[in-house]
Design a protein around this ligand. Structure first.
Ligand SMILES: [Zn+2]
Length: 269
C-alpha cells in the first residue's frame, strides 16, 4: 500500500532544529489533506474515535509518505495518560513487520535505537515530545498531557533512553508539538498542584476571576532541563490547537468529538 503514487500530503509540519538531521526523519500533521468526512475531516490518524479504519490507513499512508523515507515497522503506543515507556527493539520490529493498524502496546512513551521503525503518536490537545540523540542514535516520542506530565513521563523517557539506549541527556534534542496552550488550557486547582511537585522551577499560572490556566510546555521544558537536557536543545511549536482549529484537531475545541493529529518519526542508517 505504500508509495503507490496516490495523492501526497500537502500540509506537513517539521521542527526547524531537527529537519536537517542526517539520521532522523520526522513530520507532523493537522486537519488538512486527508480522506475522512466530518467530524474527522480530513486527516484523522486514529481508529479509536469512530472513523472508518480504511480511511485512517490512507491518512497514515499520506503522512508516512511525507517522511521521504521508508520504514519496515509501524509502532503505535496505546495512549492511556500513563507513565509506561516502551522500547521498540529491532528484533520485535522485524518480527512484527508492517501493518497499518500498527504494532501496538499500551504505552504513552516509545523509544528505539532501531533504524526503519516508524513511531506514530496521536494528539488533539496534548503535547507530544520528540526526543532525538544523533550520537547513539536514538529516538523517542512521548505523549504527555497533564496527567502524563504529572507522572513525569518525559523524565522517565529521558532516563530510559540513557540507561537502555546509552543516550546522554546533554546530547538529546527535544521538540514539542502544537497543543492546547496557556491561552486556552483552563484547569482546576488540582492540576498546578500535581504539576508543581514534578519540577524544581516554579509553575507559572494565570488566574483571573473566571478561570485559571497553565502552560504545559513550560512544565515539560522544566522537566527536560531537570533531567539534564540543555536549554538550547528544546524547541516548542507554540501553535495552540484550540485557537487554531482550522489547522489542527482540538479535543476541547471540537467538543470532544474530533479526529487526531499525528506525528511520525524514524531513525535511518
Ligand atoms: Zn489557545
Amino acid at each position: 500500500m505504500r508509495g503507490n503514487g496516490r495523492e501526497a500530503l500537502s500540509t506537513a509540519h517539521r521542527f526547524a532544529a531537527l529537519s536537517n538531521e542526517k539520521c532522523l526523519r520526522h513530520v507532523y500533521s493537522g486537519r488538512q489533506g486527508g480522506v475522512s468526512p466530518a467530524p474527522f475531516s480530513s486527516l484523522n490518524m486514529s481508529v479509536s474515535v469512530g472513523d472508518e479504519p480504511e480511511r485512517v490507513y490512507e491518512n497514515r499512508r499520506r503522512l508516512i509518505e511525507a517522511l521521504d523515507d521508508t520504514g519496515h515497522c509501524l509502532a503505535i503506543g496505546g495512549q492511556v495518560h500513563g507513565a509506561e515507556v516502551w522500547e521498540v527493539t529491532a528484533t520485535e520490529a522485524a518480527a512484527a513487520g508492517w501493518r497499518w493498524d500498527g504494532h501496538r502496546r499500551t504505552a504513552d512513551a516509545m523509544i528505539t535505537r532501531a533504524s526503519g521503525v516508524v513511531l506514530l503518536s496521536l494528539f488533539a490537545d496534548c503535547p507530544i515530545v520528540l526526543l532525538f540523540d544523533s550520537q547513539t542514535p536514538a529516538l523517542g516520542l512521548v505523549h504527555s498531557g497533564w496527567r502524563g506530565t504529572a507522572s513525569r513521563i518525559v523524565s522517565r523517557a529521558v532516563e530510559e533512553m540513557s540507561t537502555r539506549l546509552g543516550s546522554r541527556p546533554e546530547s538529546l534534542r527535544a521538540a514539542i508539538t502544537p497543543h492546547i496552550q496557556r491561552c486556552c488550557f483552563e484547569v482546576g486547582p488540582e492540576v498546578p498542584e500535581a504539576l508543581s511537585v514534578t519540577v524544581t522551577a516554579p509553575i507559572e499560572q494565570w488566574t483571573d476571576s473566571a478561570r485559571s490556566t497553565v502552560d504545559l510546555s513550560q512544565v515539560l521544558r522544566s522537566q527536560l532541563l531537570d533531567a539534564g537536557v540543555l536549554p538550547e536543545h528544546c524547541e516548542v511549536d507554540s501553535t495552540c490547537t484550540r485557537c487554531d482549529r482550522e489547522q489542527y484537531f482540538s479535543h476541547r475545541g471540537d467538543g470532544g468529538r474530533s479526529g487526531r493529529n499525528g506525528i511520525v518519526a524514524l531513525l535511518r542508517d
